[in-house]
Design a protein around this ligand. Sequence first.
Ligand code: COA
Length: 178
Amino acid sequence: MRVRQATAEDRDALVDLFVILNQESAFLAFEPGECERQRKNLHAMMEGNLRQEQSLVLVAEENGRAVGLLIATGSLMQRRRLSVHLIVGILQAYTGKGLGQDLMASLFEWAEKRGLRRLELTVMAHNARALALYKKCGFEVEGKKRDSLRVGDAFVDEFYMAKLLPLREGTAAPSPGN
Ligand SMILES: CC(C)(COP(=O)(O)OP(=O)(O)OC[C@H]1O[C@@H](n2cnc3c(N)ncnc32)[C@H](O)[C@@H]1OP(=O)(O)O)[C@@H](O)C(=O)NCCC(=O)NCCS
């Protein structure tokens, strides 16, 4: 298996993968079937992330087939330019093989080169595997979004998590009162 940065040519395969991931896992954002109806929006979302230089899409492949992805979405706002928001998903058959950590390692390399400060995400509070991965990779829980999702009949909490990368030399640390 290998992880590489995706290009515009990967767009359709990544949208297909995104749809399957959401069908397979109850830990992602879309209800079963909903993602399929949102294909047009998903194409636009993927296209934006593939084309914008402040964003990154990583694909994990086995024998040329996309089996996992990581999307890091940056902002066009100047004040948010050193933060990205993450989505991670791996096909069930490929979980538990360290692929999550491989995707994170490639993300960290890219983020450090770009001098990013903050990597953030939300995760369902009962997604034990994802929480274990993120904590292992240095993310910390910053807060809880209570009842932020309704999954089936149940309300579900999400955690805000983030990892701060080292300040670059010459970058001012925040000063109190500013
Ligand atoms: C969450 C996800 C990205 C994790 O990636 P992964 O490659 O499967 O990660 P791993 O299975 O290697 O697990 C990471 C760690 O969690 C641990 N873990 C696995 N299952 C666990 C569980 N049920 N409870 C607690 N820890 C668990 C593993 O032991 C591993 O730690 P270790 O390396 O110290 O042994 C992947 O499983 C996935 O895409 N799941 C479906 C979609 C999803 O949940 N996405 C995240 C939404 S925020």
